[in-house]
Ligand binder design. Structure first.
Ligand code: PLP
Length: 296
């Protein structure tokens, strides 16, 4: 694994944005975006044990799923290339004529890329579909979309052991719910506030509860006010915020995950959500290849 050049623990930095409403709060950022230049922060944490087990079992092939911009596939593609494992990437939609930068990277790293139409892609979690897939790739390890599977949770939980300061709240973006589930499973003592980056009220909560066996073990909630219309939707106010926030703080953000996270942090500070004296940690989950979406 040392071949990958992972840099942990990720640093925790103070954030002093001078926003109204945060005078009596302490704000911190955990920079999981700095874990690796290519392997996006939380994707590394989620993949770690799947890859370790795969290496131990001398798995020669991994099959996984994602959209044309998937951070999960990007991270996995790079890991597989470095570790000498064949990746087969099943992509939602057909990009044959217009491969995204992410897909170009995957191909450069030797991945097999296959395109599924929406009907087939929708079946990606169905047992008989997975059985067929396993039949076609008999020795492959199949990893679900986003890398979110029970095996992903311990790697995520490890980030809590890296914290040296006590915090009262942890804010993090929620896509498939695996990262939030990992923190719940690790019985995080801070209040967890997931910021949904897609429209998924009810659905996302269920995804999280399906992943953890003891969802009542800690105080968590998902806030649905900051998805800006859906996954990868980036209307002008969000893009303006990202630009301004990056200029002001020097922190790299993109509109798909971290932009929505920090926008939410600012709004929650402003609305008095956090009691005075709160110590709030925002988890920068990385994903900066998402910045390329706007520049295509
Ligand atoms: C995938 C991703 C998330 C979402 O994590 P989930 O575990 O799917 O909820 C958040 N941030 C970034 C940068 C991601 O790439």
């Amino acid at each position: 694994m040392s071949r990958l050049g992972i840099s942990l623990p990720s640093p925790v930095q103070k954030l002093d944005p001078g926003w109204p409403g945060c005078e009596s709060l302490q704000l911190w950022i955990k920079r999981d975006d700095l874990i690796h230049p290519v392997i996006s922060g939380n994707k590394w944490r989620k993949l770690k044990y799947a890859l370790l087990d795969g290496l131990c079992a001398q798995v020669g092939e991994i099959v996984s799923f994602g959209g044309g911009h998937s951070n999960h596939l990007h991270a996995l593609g790079y890991c597989c290339w470095k570790l000498g494992i064949q990746l087969t990437a099943l992509i939602r939609g057909d990009y044959r004529h217009q491969p995204t930068p992410m897909l170009q990277d995957l191909k450069a790293w030797g991945a097999q890329v296959r395109y599924l139409d929406k009907q087939h892609y929708r079946r990606r979690t169905e047992p008989d579909f997975l059985q067929q897939l396993q039949h076609v790739h008999p020795h492959a390890l199949i990893i679900p979309e986003g890398g979110s599977q029970p095996q992903a949770l311990p790697g995520v939980g490890e980030l809590l052991n890296e914290l040296e300061q006590d915090v009262t709240h942890i804010l993090l973006p929620v896509g498939s719910g695996g990262t939030l589930a990992g923190l719940i499973r690790a019985r995080c003592r801070a209040q967890l506030i997931g910021i949904a980056v897609l429209r998924g009220r009810g659905y996302l909560e269920q995804e999280v509860m399906d992943l953890v066996s003891d969802p009542g073990a800690c105080d968590w909630q998902i806030c649905h006010d900051f998805h800006f219309g859906g996954y990868a939707k980036a209307p002008a106010p969000l893009r303006d915020f990202c630009r301004h926030f990056s200029l002001q703080t020097g922190l790299p953000v993109e509109p798909v995950y971290s932009g929505k996270l920090f926008f939410a942090l600012k709004s929650l500070c402003q609305s008095g959500f956090f009691p005075a004296g709160s110590k709030v940690l925002a988890l920068h989950t990385g994903g900066l290849q998402g910045k390329r979406i706007g520049s295509e």
